[in-house]
Design a protein around this ligand. Structure first.
Ligand SMILES: NC(=O)C1=CN([C@@H]2O[C@H](COP(=O)(O)OP(=O)(O)OC[C@H]3O[C@@H](n4cnc5c(N)ncnc54)[C@H](OP(=O)(O)O)[C@@H]3O)[C@@H](O)[C@H]2O)C=CC1
Ligand SMILES: N[C@@H](CC=O)C(=O)O
Length: 397
């Protein structure tokens, strides 16, 4: 049997669903000869860990209790009454995570799983990588901060996985990596990358008020913890940045222009998430409805589309036909995020949380490689994270 010790950071919608998938998949895992040993879980304020990370693991009853406590908004501290566990808070958390990573790196190794939406985990993840631990990310922030951090997180693709950061459980990252490693240059990626915005637009098209639909999307686990991350286009910008960096482009988040669905006066500096949901959102209903009605009166739909285009290849293509045109400088990348009206295109077929992505390369030039399916939701995202963890099994004993 292969044992994978696992420390989970973040037990919100995705993290809790991951624990449920681990528990319900025990039978399948044992057939594969793998045992996932959850030895620690943290949220933004506390951490629970088993007393001895080398020999013990949390039982499934304990993990279910943890999920129940967190889903009713209580603190992990409550678990102190429930079983054999140590509870940490504040500064102690980072110390304990490093302590666990150091101890396990000298024996069987550790899978550190980030299902938070925080940039505060970056330093811990980076130190765990230095200790030769494995890392699995649903959190996009470690990959979208500085290029230095990014390089570290992709430095060892065998033990650092992040499939769920783009497209939840869909095989977007692995597909692109396979194309790249075969030497087939990708020159364009175009798609609708936000499950939330896809859901919101199609529900509003169906006649529901924007505010009601966004609130429902949050309840269904499609949005980011702060739905303004979706509505501002920032979440899509992060996904686009991850894809562009994967294609080898050295760019940062601030070089991507986004089109926001809410004004700055409703931003995180001006109001809390709750205030935005209750008081801000309803003020946007009329305007969004107007845009959608206008689009559909012409037989169109409104979709948030991301285009990542490597001008090198486009211009090389033009060059062959019009030899007087000059090649562009080599590092040219164009990322555009905008609301697009589409009639006959694939956008119209997109319903609810569907993600749709077309990849163009030398091999897929006339007929792009297309990935389509549910691109958001706790269930599919947690399933993607779990698949990444199971993929690490060769690195454990
Ligand atoms: N939902 C989806 O469809 C998809 C989500 N993702 C990504 O998955 C991640 C999780 O999303 P979701 O579960 O919906 O978010 P939630 O807000 O439901 O959960 C986030 C969890 O992270 C915890 N947390 C916050 N800061 C820290 C920290 N510094 N250290 C450890 N834990 C911390 C929170 O703690 P507390 O409980 O105390 O607030 C909470 O438990 C996000 O990064 C998101 O972008 C990726 C693809 C799809
Ligand atoms: N909020 C995101 C979830 C996945 O990253 C989305 O709606 O696509």
């Amino acid at each position: 049997m292969i044992y994978i010790p696992l420390l989970l950071m973040g037990c919100g919608g995705v993290g809790r669903q991951l624990l449920c998938h681990i528990i319900s998949g025990r039978h399948l895992h044992s057939k594969l000869g793998v045992r996932l040993r959850v030895i620690g879980v943290c949220d933004s304020k506390s951490m629970v860990a088993v007393p001895n990370v080398l020999t013990s693991e949390f039982g499934d009853e304990f993990l279910l209790q943890l999920c129940e406590i967190k889903s009713r908004g209580s603190s992990l501290q409550e678990l102190a009454n429930f079983g054999d566990c140590q509870v940490f808070s504040g500064q102690e958390i980072s110390r304990k995570v490093i302590d666990v990573a150091t101890t396990l790196s000298k024996s069987n190794g550790l899978a550190l799983v980030d299902c938070s939406a925080s940039s505060q985990t970056i330093e811990l993840l980076s130190r765990a990588i230095d200790l030769d631990c494995c890392v699995v990310l649903a959190n996009k922030k470690p990959l979208t901060s500085s290029l230095e951090d990014y390089d570290k997180f992709v430095s060892q693709p065998r033990r650092i996985r992040h499939e769920s950061t783009v497209g939840a459980g869909l095989p977007v990252i692995s597909t692109i990596n396979r194309i790249i490693s075969s030497g087939d240059p990708i020159y364009r990626i175009i798609g609708s990358l936000s499950g939330t915005l896809g859901y919101v637009m199609s529900e509003v098209e169906g006649g529901k008020p924007f505010s009601q639909v966004v609130t429902a999307a949050k309840g269904l686990g499609y949005t980011e913890p702060d739905p303004r991350d979706d509505l501002s286009g920032m979440d899509v910008a992060r996904k686009a940045l991850i894809l562009a960096r994967l294609l080898g482009h050295c760019i940062n988040l601030n070089s991507i222009k986004v089109e926001s669905l809410y004004p700055v006066e409703m931003g995180p500096d001006a109001m809390s998430v709750e205030e935005f949901l209750v008081n801000g959102l309803p003020l946007l209903d009329k305007d969004i409805q107007k845009r959608i009605v206008k689009a559909s009166s012409n037989g169109n739909v409104l979709r948030y589309v991301c285009l990542i285009e490597d001008s090198r290849y486009i211009y090389i293509y033009i060059f062959f036909f019009f030899f007087f045109l000059k090649l562009r400088p080599s590092s040219s990348i164009d990322i555009r995020l905008h609301f697009l009206l589409g009639v006959k295109s694939a956008y119209k077929k997109l319903r609810k949380i569907q993600l749709w992505l077309e990849i163009y390369s030398r091999c897929y030039s006339e007929q792009p490689l297309v990935i389509q399916g549910a691109g958001a939701g706790n269930d599919t995202t947690a399933a993607g994270v779990l698949a990444d963890i199971l993929d690490l099994q060769d690195l454990f004993s």
